[in-house]
Design a protein around this ligand. Structure first.
Ligand SMILES: Nc1ncnc2c1ncn2[C@@H]1O[C@H](COP(=O)(O)OP(=O)(O)OP(=O)(O)O)[C@@H](O)[C@H]1O
Ligand SMILES: [Mg+2]
Length: 281
């Protein structure tokens, strides 16, 4: 279980401070596919980067199975990172390494003997449906294939948790479905807890059992995906879903005001017209 308690992150620049996350509280259960949804700049990437300490929180705690990871450094931090796989929006494969050696990379870091690393990598490439492309280089692969390599690489050290930052946003609809199915299989069959960042409500609805909506660095809504979709409360959730409320209701209200103005203008001119007509009589 991952418990995030009163997490804040303030970026301190030379000219200004920016609060990217403010008092975030979330619980992610083992086996969840937990969606974090929000608009660009909402703080989604910063939040997941705090979970593997690529970003150090400014305050608050992150407990993984009861241990506060924000206190870790050195070897214990490396051990933690091994338990957490991450896939990035831009795939981040090593261009000079073939597919097989992209997947063995994390195993080299953990000093796994080469033969064992290769065996594991081939097993993972089989799992993600790329066994035939082990010797190819990233530039020879499609976006969907590159993402599969990134997923295999993230699984190399048998992580308990996988962080997926916009795993499908660069992919077309069919490829997105295939990658989401793969992530769901990994969640079910390998029991990996997933935290999936997306700005797409369709992606969230397709795979996440629970979601949190983040806006301006604050969680504005969270719950079971079905419940949030059935009865969205926060204006931003309603806007993301395209129902009235938030931005959408703003537009509806403007439209209603415009129609009212138009019809009163029409009424006035017809009144003027009838006044004119009666004057002319
Ligand atoms: N290293 C940094 N230094 C200063 N500000 C940062 C840094 N990283 C992120 N920010 C700011 O924090 C805010 C949240 O950024 P973040 O990358 O978490 O957003 P996001 O929700 O992932 O957006 P997107 O959907 O566009 O990826 C933004 O305003 C961003 O400019
Ligand atoms: Mg981001």
């Amino acid at each position: 279980m991952i418990q995030i308690e009163h997490l804040s992150k303030i970026f301190i620049g030379s000219e200004r401070e920016h609060t990217a996350l403010a008092d975030i509280n979330l619980t992610i259960n083992d086996g969840d596919i937990f969606g974090i949804i929000g608009e660009s700049g909402a703080g989604k990437s910063t939040l997941v980067r705090c979970i593997n300490l690529l970003e150090r929180p400014s305050s608050g705690r992150i407990l993984i199975d009861g241990n506060d990871i924000t206190k870790l450094s050195g070897k214990s931090l490396l051990a933690l990172r091994r338990e957490i796989g991450m896939i990035f929006q831009n795939f981040s494969l090593f261009a000079q390494r073939n597919v097989l050696h992209n997947v063995t990379f994390p195993l080299e870091l953990t000093r796994t003997p080469a033969a064992q690393a290769e065996e594991r990598a081939r097993e993972l490439l089989q799992l993600v449906g790329l066994a035939d492309l082990a010797e190819a280089y990233p530039s020879q692969l499609s976006g969907g294939q590159q993402q599969r390599v990134a997923i295999a690489r993230a699984l190399a050290n048998n992580p308990k948790i996988m962080l997926c930052d916009e795993a499908t946003s660069a992919l077309d609809t069919m490829t997105t479905h295939a990658i989401l199915n793969l992530l769901r299989d990994i969640n079910r069959e390998l029991g990996v807890t997933m935290i999936l960042i997306t700005h797409s409500m369709n992606v969230a609805e397709a795979v996440c059992n629970r979601i949190a909506v983040i806006d301006g660095g604050t969680i504005v809504e969270q719950g079971e995906t079905k419940a949030v979709f059935a009865n969205p409360q926060a204006p931003i959730t309603r806007a993301l879903l395209g129902v009235e409320g938030g931005t959408a209701s703003g537009i509806a209200a403007d439209a209603a005001a415009f129609v009212a103005q138009e019809s009163s203008a029409t009424d006035k001119s017809s009144a003027e017209r009838s006044a004119g007509e009666s004057a002319g009589e």
